[in-house]
Design a protein around this ligand. Structure first.
Ligand SMILES: NC(=O)c1ccc[n+]([C@@H]2O[C@H](COP(=O)([O-])OP(=O)(O)OC[C@H]3O[C@@H](n4cnc5c(N)ncnc54)[C@H](OP(=O)(O)O)[C@@H]3O)[C@@H](O)[C@H]2O)c1
Length: 281
């Protein structure tokens, strides 16, 4: 598994010196900084010359991070906030007067649930859209002018799924991530024309609490959150337009050439599953 992991997720060559230079005296806002990829990124960026604005709901975890990261000299500003609460976010934004250089939209929620277990759960679709789509749009709209003034960077943490043929059970998550991806790709030229760097990080599976409920993922290769954090941080000095794993184009070609076959295989597998369920009743 380790060898396979290293082939699928090769080590990220990374210059700490260049990162320090690129982020010196910068203010970096990270959403979803309390766990997983966001937490790993905050730890990677923390040094004496940066200010980190950490946004998430779990106050206790934010406080722990502040203690830990302040020790490395970073200035830490905590924002305990539910990003799906549009009014609370608007109130915070109205009173928050620290200019941001780099915004990392990372907070996210995933749901894997069959459609027929979701018939009375419209809220699943509303909640994923609220956090994965409307919340980042609200932040980008607010911060774009000041990021422009500082010729800074907007980064969004996306998923490879939005560029690959869709998979069953993921309708809520994939639709919300795809919505933001479309928004992003449409808005990026306008933002770039104003001198704002935009970076989209298309991540594969990452071993965080987000994927923990999906038991099948225990047995498949996944990137570590620390590696994902290095990928994101590296774009702060490369100013890359996007990150995609090296193998993604193969998946995209497969989707282009065999999209109907993929659909057909999924239907067959789901029919077999339904049959099994009917027989077991
Ligand atoms: N894990 C993967 O396989 C994978 C793959 C591709 C892309 N991604 C993307 O990577 C990003 C980070 O995911 P992760 O795997 O690190 O997940 P995670 O470990 O579950 O962390 C999610 C972060 O988002 C915060 N968050 C959740 N709901 C929030 C809300 N309503 N308001 C404010 N903050 C909220 C959480 O903090 P609180 O609970 O404290 O609020 C936490 O810090 C997501 O955008 C995800 O879609 C993940």
């Amino acid at each position: 598994m380790k060898v396979l992991n290293n082939i699928i997720f090769p080590a990220v060559w990374f210059s700490k010196k260049r990162l320090r230079q690129a982020t010196r005296h910068k203010t970096i806002l990270i959403t979803g900084a309390t766990f997983g990829i966001g937490e790993a990124l905050a730890k990677l960026l923390a040094n004496a010359s940066v200010t980190l604005v950490l946004v998430a709901r779990t106050s206790q975890k934010l406080a722990e991070l502040q203690t830990e990261l302040s020790a490395s000299g970073a200035t830490i500003i905590l924002v305990a906030l539910d990003l799906t609460d549009k009014v609370a976010v608007a109130d915070w934004l109205a009173n928050f007067d620290i200019p941001i250089d780099i915004l990392v939209n990372n907070a996210g929620k995933s749901i894997r649930r069959p459609l027929y277990q979701s018939l009375d759960r419209l809220h699943d679709f509303e909640r994923t859209m609220a956090l994965n789509y409307f919340a980042p749009v609200q932040l980008f709209l607010h911060f774009a002018p000041q990021v422009e003034q500082r010729q800074g960077q907007l980064i969004t943490v996306s998923a490879v799924n939005v560029l690959l043929p869709p998979a069953p059970y993921w309708a809520a998550y994939q639709a919300s991530k795809s919505a933001l991806d479309q928004w992003w790709r449409s808005a990026a030229p306008e933002l770039n024309a104003r001198g704002i760097t935009t970076t989209s990080i298309y991540l594969p599976l990452v071993r965080t609490r987000m994927i923990a409920p999906t038991k099948i993922y225990d047995k498949v290769p996944a990137m570590s959150p620390q590696r994902a954090a290095r990928i994101i941080a590296k774009t702060m000095y490369t100013q890359a337009y996007q990150y995609r794993p090296w193998w993604l184009p193969f998946g995209q070609w497969f989707g282009f050439l065999f999209g109907r076959l993929w659909h057909w295989i999924n239907v067959k597998l789901l029919k077999l599953k339904l049959k099994k369920i009917k027989h077991s009743k």
